[in-house]
Design a protein. Structure first.
Length: 319
């Protein structure tokens, strides 16, 4: 552990009335532009299928889809694949948060195993989390989470897949980093992807349901990504992720924000508060079975809390 918990942490919220920075809205406009350009590129001119007619099953449209990079614990890929996925996330913490700024890092490894062409076992959370800040200097192990997902609809002709699933977060982590609390969490979710040639829309909605509400918050999350397959080496995407707190906990009294996808604080004043991030990035298919991913995100709704901006890097190694 990099240091002991400093007693001067203020477990209360501080209102931040500063206006959103111009850079945040410029990035948001940039994301909209990327999506608009991708859509116009995909729909302009004669469709590829019309130029080169081929049987529907001649090409697997899912081969050119990508797994989401952002919100890696909860933004589940609807496509059934077997893979190992190492992940690195670097957060810059907002200065108005109870830690008075600082940064946090996450090192994790996910595993997915296709039991059939429709059913997969997924291990979505583990790893080591480190908070280094003026108000809090702690590190420790994350809770474990695992479950299953099932491709309920897999319509190749219409390039559409719908995959519900369920995971359970086991409270095995270290309490110093707000893990190992309560009786765990159930998380039902639904993921989908819709293709329009080389343009793909991928989304996810889910609900974090803690076994003990007083220790943790119930949180709804929803994510959307649009990507365009330009070539195997460069697949750009734009993404948004949101988390809405549906109740108050009593673990951190007065706290008006939550920990996005990495920590469920059990915040005492967060009921109805929505936090969101917008980001851009790309994947590169460096091998037929290896995708590298990079994403940069910024918080777009106050209170920013644990994350002001962050960088995510991962690698999907398929087998």
């Amino acid at each position: 552990m990099h240091g002991s918990l400093r007693r001067r942490v203020c477990f209360g919220s501080r209102m931040d009335h500063k206006p959103h920075s111009q850079n945040r809205w410029l990035l948001a406009l940039g994301v909209s532009a990327v999506a608009a350009v991708s859509l116009s590129t995909a729909t302009a001119g004669t469709p590829v299928a019309a130029k080169n007619p081929a049987p529907v099953d001649a090409f697997d449209w899912k081969a050119n889809t990508i797994a989401p990079v952002t919100n890696p614990i909860f933004f589940e890929d609807p496509v059934i694949r077997s893979e190992v996925r190492p992940i690195f996330v670097y957060h810059t913490i907002d200065k108005s948060f109870l830690t008075a700024g600082g940064h946090a890092t996450l090192y994790a490894l996910q595993i997915r195993y296709a039991l059939t062409d429709r059913l997969a076992f997924i291990a979505t959370q583990d790893g080591h989390f480190d908070i280094d800040s003026p108000g809090l200097d702690v590190d420790g192990w994350m809770d474990l989470a695992a479950g299953f997902k099932y491709a309920l609809i897999d319509d190749a002709a219409n390039q559409f897949i719908l995959t519900p699933g369920l995971t359970f977060h086991i409270p095995t982590g270290d309490r110093e980093i707000f893990q190992g609390r309560g009786g765990g969490e159930f998380r039902p979710f639904v993921s989908f992807a819709k293709g329009f040639g080389d343009l793909h829309f991928t989304g996810n909605v889910g609900l974090r349901i803690p076994v003990t509400n007083n220790e943790q918050n119930m949180v709804a999350n929803y994510s959307l990504m649009v990507d365009y397959y330009t070539c195997r080496w460069f697949i750009p995407f734009a993404t948004v992720n949101f988390w809405t707190n549906l109740n108050d906990g009593n673990n951190v009294a007065g706290l008006r924000s939550n920990g996005y996808d990495v920590i469920n604080f059990g915040a005492g004043n967060a009921n109805g508060v929505t936090q969101g991030m917008v980001g851009v990035g790309f994947r590169s298919r460096v091998h037929d079975k290896v995708d590298l991913g990079f994403a940069y995100e910024i918080a777009m709704i106050r209170p920013y809390g644990l994350t002001n901006n962050r960088v995510t890097v991962d690698m999907c190694i398929r087998f």
